[in-house]
Design a protein around this ligand. Structure first.
Ligand code: SF4
Length: 303
């Protein structure tokens, strides 16, 4: 992998970020890999040497690492990480322990009253409800794997959030957190649901390793429908649905112009936020390359 330093970050910072990256292994699957789309892991495995990524994207990641290392140093047994290595066994997929496939994970903290706690740095504007769904998947998997490996139950799941961009002078605004800290308690799934989820994720990774990521997985914005005048670059109007664009044409009595080809309706695929900004393998992803080649992709950003 080529970790670039386009913005000339200090070397020490660059090196610290570089340490976070190491080549993936065919027979090890992290919990994070498992809940992410399979294509991301497949491309990491196949294209590791061709992946290009700039260190400037990872400055926040480094803050997260520092937070965990500080909590670790705080000692007094209040905080300690638990490592999990679970050899995969699956009747549905015909995998036995001998296959050597291992799921690995690291629990931030396990309390004496059987609660898994995770610490995360997030933005005040983060969509906590959407993220909570992903965190619930991650922590429920940890709980199930912990039970499988150590034979002990986990009763509760909590995520402690630290808002990295919290501003004191906004704390009295409606809806703004009054502290740079918040705890979110997540639903603890029953064992049947967790095991079924684990099997489904494994199935997806092992049976469909190269499938295209879904719209939801790409964090794709809604498509836009533009009513265009032929020969002009700018849209007359933008709509959230094809029906709304058709209604506008009817209301403005533009049907004749539409039949004559003087105006037309153009579908513009919504921006894929993950592919654009958050996916490590985007520069080697054939689907993202194809999307970028589409002339209409992301056009709404320019109007
Ligand atoms: S670039 Fe997009 S489509 Fe490709 S692997 Fe990443 S998230 Fe999936």
């Amino acid at each position: 992998m080529k970790l670039t330093n386009k913005y000339k970050l200090p070397e020490v910072l660059y090196n610290a970020i570089k340490e976070k990256y190491y080549p993936p292994s065919e027979d090890r699957l992290s919990v994070t890999d498992l809940i992410n789309p399979p294509l991301m892991r497949t491309l990491k495995l196949k294209e590791w040497d061709n992946i290009e990524h700039d260190a400037s994207n990872d400055i926040w990641l480094l803050l997260g690492v520092s937070l965990h290392s500080y909590l670790e140093k705080a000692g007094d047994n209040a905080y300690h990480e638990v490592k999990i290595e679970y050899p995969v066994v699956s009747e549905r997929l015909g995998i036995s322990k001998q296959a050597g496939l291992v799921i690995v994970g690291k629990i931030d903290r396990l309390t004496l009253d059987h609660c898994i706690e995770d610490y995360k740095l997030v933005s005040v504007n983060a969509d906590i409800d959407r993220l909570s769904e992903k965190w619930a998947e991650q922590l429920n998997l940890y709980a199930e794997l912990y039970r499988e490996v150590y034979g002990k139950p986990v009763l509760n799941l909590a995520v402690h959030l630290i808002f990295k961009d919290w501003q004191r002078n906004r704390k009295d605004y409606r809806g703004y957190p009054s502290l740079p800290f918040k705890t979110v308690y997540l639903e603890r799934w029953d064992r049947r649901k967790t095991k079924a989820f684990l099997e489904d994720r494994l199935y997806d990774h092992l049976i469909n390793p190269e499938r295209e990521c879904s719209r939801q997985e790409k964090w794709q914005h809604d498509d836009i429908w533009a009513v265009m005048t032929r020969g002009r670059d700018r849209a007359r109007r933008l709509f959230k649905s094809k029906d709304a664009a058709a209604r506008y044409i009817r209301e403005k009595k533009l049907e004749r112009q539409l039949q004559q080809g003087k105006i037309y309706v153009q579908k513009r695929p919504g921006e894929c936020v993950r592919c654009e900004h958050y996916c490590l393998v985007s520069n080697v992803c054939p689907y993202f390359a194809k999307m970028k080649r589409s002339i209409d992709y992301g056009k709404k950003k320019r109007e």
